[in-house]
Design a binder for this molecule. Structure first.
Ligand code: ACO
Length: 323
C-alpha cells in the first residue's frame, strides 16, 4: 500500500528573541507568572518586512535539501497558516514560485493552531490517492502581527516561525512495520468559535484584527479533545500507548501538554517540548518541535510518533506516524 513517508525536515526561526523580561517593561506581568502558567521563557518575532512566505521558503529549502530531492521533484505544497502574506493569492503559491517549482499544485490551509495536523492529513490523502508524489507540508506564522500588545492575557503566548516536512508516496507492505503516516483524525466544532478568534477580517471590519481568547475555556477543551483524538488515532493505526516512542504535540502551554500526556499515560521522557523557547507558533509549532527532536537525537528513523493539536474554530486532530 502507499504511505506518505517523511524524507526531510526544515525549520526557520526569526533572529529577534523576545524574553518574558522584555514584556515586564511594558505590561503588568512577570517572568515568573508567564513561566509558571505557560512554560514559556522566550519567543521569536519576525523583523520588519519579514513575511510568512519568507519563513516558509527558508524552512522548505532546508526540508528539500535534507531530502536530497530537487524542487522539480515536488508536485504538491500544502501550507498551513492563519497569517498569510495577503488575503489572496495563497502563501503556498508564493512559496511555489520562490522555490522555482513550475509543476504540481499548491494551496493554503487555515485551521489555526491545528493547521499542521490538518495539512498533514490532507497531504496524506492526496499522496495515498496518487494525486501527487512528493509534498511539502509547511506550517508558517507571523502571529506577532495579530497580537494586541496591550492584552497581557494573549500577547505573551505567541511567537513566529516556520517548519516544513517533505513527504513522499512510497510503496509499503501495509503492516505494522510500515514507515510514514499510519492514521489521522481531524475534527472541528464551530459552536466554540467565540472562545478563540481574531476580531477583524475582510468581510467584517476590513482589518486583520487582533487575537481574543477565553484562556481557561480553551484549556479545558484542549486537554479533553487532544487526549480523545490521540487515542482515536492510535486505535485507527492499531497502536497501544506502549508502541508510541514520542508525543510531539502542538506547543501552546506546558500544562496542557503535561495534562494531555498524563491522560494518555505517556511518561515525561516521551514528550517533546519546545514551548519554553518558541512560545506558541500556531501551525509552525509541530514541525519546529519535530525538527528540534530530530536534531537533538530524540527522534530517530523507525520511531512511532503521535502528534496532536487544537486551535481556533475549534479545530483539532492527531496524527500517528512512523518516522
Ligand atoms: N501576567 C500576569 N497576570 C496575568 C497575565 C499575565 N500575562 N495574563 C492574565 N493574567 C491574570 C488575569 O488577569 C487574572 O487576573 P484576575 O484573577 O485578577 O482577574 C489571572 O491572571 C488569572 O487569569 P486566568 O486567565 O484565569 O489564568 P490561567 O491560569 O487560566 O492562565 C492562560 C491563563 C495561560 C492563558 C491559560 O488559561 C491557558 O494557557 N489557556 C490555554 C490557552 C492557550 O494556550 N491558547 C493558545 C491558543 S489555542 C492553542 O494553541 C491550544
Amino acid at each position: 500500500m502507499i504511505r506518505a513517508v517523511v524524507r526531510g525536515i526544515g525549520h526557520y526561526l526569526p533572529q529577534r528573541v523576545v524574553t518574558n523580561q522584555d514584556f515586564e517593561k511594558t505590561l503588568d506581568t512577570s517572568d515568573e507568572w508567564i513561566r509558571t502558567r505557560t512554560g514559556i521563557c522566550q519567543r521569536h518575532f519576525a523583523s520588519d518586512g519579514e513575511k510568512t512566505s519568507d519563513m516558509a521558503v527558508s524552512a522548505a529549502r532546508e526540508a528539500i535539501e535534507t531530502s536530497g530531492v530537487s524542487p522539480n521533484d515536488i508536485d504538491l505544497i500544502v501550507l498551513a497558516t492563519s497569517t498569510p502574506d495577503q488575503t489572496f493569492p495563497s502563501t503556498a503559491t508564493k512559496v511555489q514560485a520562490e522555490l522555482g517549482m513550475c509543476q504540481g499544485f499548491a494551496f493554503d490551509i487555515q485551521a489555526v493552531c491545528a493547521g499542521f495536523i490538518y495539512a498533514l492529513a490532507n497531504a496524506n490523502a492526496l499522496l495515498t490517492a496518487r494525486q501527487a508524489r512528493r509534498a511539502l507540508v509547511i506550517g508558517a506564522e507571523t502571529f506577532s502581527h495579530i497580537l494586541d500588545m496591550r492584552d497581557r492575557s494573549t500577547c505573551i503566548l505567541f511567537g513566529d516561525g516556520a517548519g516544513a516536512v517533505l513527504l513522499e508516496a512510497q510503496d509499503q507492505a501495509g503492516g505494522r512495520q510500515d514507515r510514514g503516516i499510519l492514521s489521522s483524525e481531524i475534527r472541528s466544532d464551530g459552536r466554540h468559535r467565540h472562545l478563540l478568534y481574531v476580531d477583524g477580517g475582510v468581510s467584517t471590519t476590513q482589518t486583520s484584527g487582533f487575537i481574543r481568547m477565553n484562556g481557561p475555556e480553551i484549556f479545558r477543551h484542549a486537554v479533553e479533545k487532544l487526549a480523545e483524538s490521540s487515542a482515536m488515532a492510535m486505535q485507527k493505526a492499531g497502536l497501544t500507548r506502549k508502541d508510541v516512542d514520542l508525543m510531539v504535540p502542538h506547543q501552546a502551554n506546558l500544562r496542557i501538554i503535561h495534562a494531555t500526556a498524563k491522560r494518555l499515560g505517556f511518561p515525561h521522557e516521551k514528550i517533546i517540548t519546545t514551548v519554553d523557547k518558541h512560545g506558541n507558533t500556531s501551525a509552525a509549532s509541530i514541525p519546529l518541535a519535530l525538527y528540534d527532536a530530530q536534531k537533538c537525537g530524540k527522534l530517530r528513523e523507525g520511531q512511532i510518533v503521535i502528534s496532536n493539536a487544537i486551535g481556533g474554530g475549534l479545530t483539532w486532530g492527531s496524527i500517528a506516524l512512523r518516522w
